[in-house]
Design a protein around this ligand. Structure first.
Ligand SMILES: Cc1ncc(COP(=O)(O)O)c(C=O)c1O
Length: 498
């Protein structure tokens, strides 16, 4: 490489190779030994701040080898590892190692996947990834869409397209405030909090959300849904869309999607599915039935960074008629020479919120090929089986109460032998006990679970989107919960204020 401009940011070929190889070696060791580490160190922000210090912005540069080895040391020794086999918290998966290499390659070439001309091959790869994701879950490969940063953004992207399609025609020009007919959107009580952000962001206001109750199986009650729509119509509201959830964030329940599709058809509403977590399970033949009706959705959110094990960030919006995205997001400023006259040209800035966009498709595209459909069926199915095992072991244990199990989410709670559930007083105590237990477990570093409130019961919640978790891990997690539950119960008995 010859370059007569010397600058402080370029790295010579030899140095890049040297520090790059060192970094890759240390990442390989990190992944290889992740099982032996604690899930988290549980250090406080204060402790961590004291490690990185509080110095002000450096005036002069420092050598990259020193910087990279310090950063690697910091991350390997002071992180929470969602790739640890005993991490079952929230919905964050273990990440495909290939994804780390893909991100390195993507950042090195650095295509801007906002416009075809700026990212010729990357755009084609993203298009193929979108087609494969549609095929993966089992809807028509004619769905189009876009990769985004995650579930919230995937749902927002679809939400605004629904608004363009179903709100009064001139909404893009006039805005929502000039419309005298208030808009209404429908979703079950279990819908993830993105819906509130969307209602605020896109001018509907949170009062436009109709939180439909769930039935005995925790699915949206479609009869109440239809009744609510009718009442709104009688009262001059304008229903816009219904959101079905395919794997709710707390307990993994999949709504009756076929029933929702029928309601949407009857009232000419946009049918959106939030499948951010659960919809990849449709690839497993035995689970497919749960998702019947999804092929009728106008839009679907799914997250490769959840159950397809992609490193963060990777979400996806699929839309049955992708023109709805273009109608919502496209604009043609004079400073963009991004003609799309060539057949098949696609400029992703016209499909979503971002203009400049990174190449997040690469990690998803490569991992889909590394693993193949059959590999995903195996891994997703094993996660579901392990979740079932977690539930069964809890059910058999005299000090645990198994509460729910759907897809790969299990909820349970610790119940001391002398505390039968039922009475209000005992229930209040069990909620406090399990909340304290969860806090202890989350900071202890042996296992990481999260929580769910199921019918007023505070539960421990394990979500297995983790290809490293084994049967042995689940058995050990049961032992840890019981051991720590006992200790916490004793502590609370001795000192109720704690
Ligand atoms: C059903 C569902 N929708 C949306 C989201 C939001 O996803 P993200 O955190 O990637 O924005 C989640 C997150 O857990 C989820 O479970």
């Amino acid at each position: 490489m010859t370059n007569d401009r010397h600058n402080p940011i370029e790295i010579s070929k030899d140095e890049f190779k040297k520090i790059g190889h060192q970094l890759v070696d240390s990442i390989a060791d990190f992944i290889d030994t992740i099982r032996e580490k604690r899930v988290t160190t549980g250090e406080s922000p204060k402790q961590l701040q004291s490690i990185i210090g509080t110095s002000s912005l450096p005036e002069n540069g420092r050598p990259v080898d020193e910087l990279l080895s310090t950063a690697a040391e910091l991350l390997f020794n002071h992180s929470l590892f969602n790739g640890h086999p005993k991490f079952l918290g929230y919905i964050t998966s273990s990440a495909a190692p290939l994804g780390a290499l893909a991100d390195l390659l993507a950042a090195a070439v650095n295509p801007n996947v906002g416009a075809n001309i700026l990212s010729p091959i990357a755009t084609e790869i993203e298009k193929q990834t979108i087609r494969w994701l549609a095929e993966f879950i089992g809807v028509s490969p004619n769905y189009g869409g876009i990769l985004v940063s995650g579930g919230n953004m995937a749902n927002f992207t679809a939400f605004l397209a629904a608004r363009t399609a179903k709100a009064p025609e001139n909404i893009k020009e006039d805005g929502i405030s000039n419309d005298k007919t208030p808009l209404a959107i429908y979703c079950s009580k279990t819908t993830h909090t993105w819906i509130e952000k969307a209602a605020v962001l896109f001018g509907f206001g949170t009062k436009s959300i109709r939180w439909i109750p769930t039935d005995a199986t925790n699915k949206m009650d479609n009869q109440v849904l239809e009744k609510t729509i009718r009442t709104d119509l009688e009262n001059s509201f304008k229903p816009i869309m219904v959101i079905g959830t395919a794997g709710d964030v707390s307990t993994g329940v999949v709504d009756d999607l076929r029933g929702i599709a029928a309601v949407c058809k009857r009232y000419d509403l946009w049918f959106h599915i939030d499948g951010a977590y659960g919809i990849p399970a449709a690839v497993v033949p035995e689970q497919k039935i749960l998702f019947a009706g999804m092929e009728e959705a106008d839009s679907i959110a799914l997250d490769p960074h959840k159950w397809l094990y992609s490193p963060l960030e990777a979400g996806c919006t699929l839309v049955k008629d992708p023109n709805h995205l273009i109608e919502t997001y496209s604009s043609h400023p004079v400073y963009y020479n991004f003609s799309n006259d060539e057949p098949l040209t696609q400029n992703y800035y016209e499909y979503g919120f971002q203009n400049s966009r990174g190449f997040r498709a690469l990690k998803v595209w490569l991992t889909l090929q590394q693993v193949g459909r059959s590999g995903y069926i195996k891994m997703i199915n094993e996660d579901i089986q392990l979740s079932g095992l977690f539930f069964e072991l809890a059910k058999k244990h005299p000090e645990l109460e198994a509460i729910t199990q759907n897809l790969s989410i299990t909820t349970l709670r610790y119940v001391p032998l002398d505390y039968l559930p039922g009475s209000q007083e005992n229930e209040t105590y069990l909620n406090s006990l399990n909340e304290a237990l969860l806090n202890e477990l989350q900071h202890g570093g042996e296992v990481f679970l999260s929580n769910a409130l199921v019918k007023e019961k505070y539960c421990l919640r394990g979500c297995i989107v983790n290809f490293r978790t084994s049967k042995k891990d689940i058995e050990e997690i049961i032992t840890i919960i019981v051991r720590e539950g006992k200790k916490m119960h004793q502590k609370l008995q001795q000192n109720p204020a704690s």
